[in-house]
Design a protein around this ligand. Sequence first.
Ligand SMILES: Cc1ncc(COP(=O)(O)O)c(C=O)c1O
Length: 417
Amino acid sequence: MEAFDYRDGELCAEDVPVRELAETYGTPLYVYSRGHILSQFHALKNVMAEVDPLICYAVKSNTNAAVISALAGEGAGADVVSGGELLRARRAGVPADRIVFAGVGKTEAEIEYALKEGILYFTVESEPELERISEVAQQTGTTGRIAIRVNPDVDPKTHKYTSTGKKENKFGVDLERAMAAYERAAELPGIEITSLHMHLGSPIMTSDPYAEALEKVAPLCRDLKTRFSTFRHIDIGGGLGIPYREEDTAFDLDAFAYAVIPPLKALGLTVSMEPGRYLTGNGGILVTRVEYVKDNPFKKFIVIDAAMNDLIRPALYEAYHAIRPVRDTRETVFGDLVGPICESGDFFAANRDLPAVGPGELLAVMSAGSYGFVMAGTYNSRPLAAEVMVSGNQHRLVRKRQDMEDIFRDEVIPDWN
Ligand SMILES: Cc1ncc(COP(=O)(O)O)c(C=O)c1O
């Protein structure tokens, strides 16, 4: 489902004009399409129906409670990476037995909380973590179900900061050492071996890395099945890509299913997946208003009221986001789209044809539903933006805009005397 499209020359979010949203809630404003997020979920669920995967939404991509609860309502689980995300997922209605917990640095308190909740399993990233889970499980009289995160050393062909399944990355346990890690797990009290996990990185635009990784881990899975009677499950991670550029083609779900279903069926394990971006990425935009158009002798700068504190992906990964005018115009100007922050990295588009808009007009930064608001901060004392969700012709505020009091509230000037 195309969530954001033009009707009568106006960009709409589902059936609601984006201009109306900007007038009601102000800018910068994150707008999410509930319909798009759910249709992505169902498309994935349907194409993978033969192995009926549990889809554990990677909450980190967009932690808004309205997003998590919409997906939970359709049967999604959650992939969390902190105690905070676990609490969010539970509060948004995700049953504990559909939650998986990844991350290289789980604290004792986080492990204790997850054990008490009874999560589906921990995605274990190292042997010391196995030992810690075992200790906490014994102290609390619980059992920790575990998957070892196996690093299959496959190149996902993405940005070096978002590649996670190569041998030089900090994540998981090398394929060669994985059986030894499982053997260690089997010796430890309070641990039940149930699963194997892999996640290669993101965004991945073809099914080849998944097929290659599955081929690499299949012999290990077969061994694990014969060695450990409780071993029953494989998690193939997330990372499925989305189109960011107008000319990008969508991730080919049919090709993905064709590549991964036969090897998964051959393994005879239950399956889960952890998509984030695929569900939420193109289900969100960042709406911003133009403040100034600045003509330097060498370049034109369109200065907007959103900044890198609202959406850091261009500064962090040189990520590309398409820019669309809210009132449709074919006219373009060449230049940079920049925010007001005192950093040259504060840009949304550089050296591009941009919509020819003037002060007061609205623009949409596309594909901002994942790793957008969740990575926002208050640098330059800029309050966090508001978030709105649209469903058909309805819209709801799903996070209020911060005000300056919210920013100052927890700060203390010491009384030294
Ligand atoms: C373990 C794990 N699973 C899933 C994801 C979600 O990735 P994506 O949003 O690209 O699907 C990530 C992303 O960092 C991850 O680290």
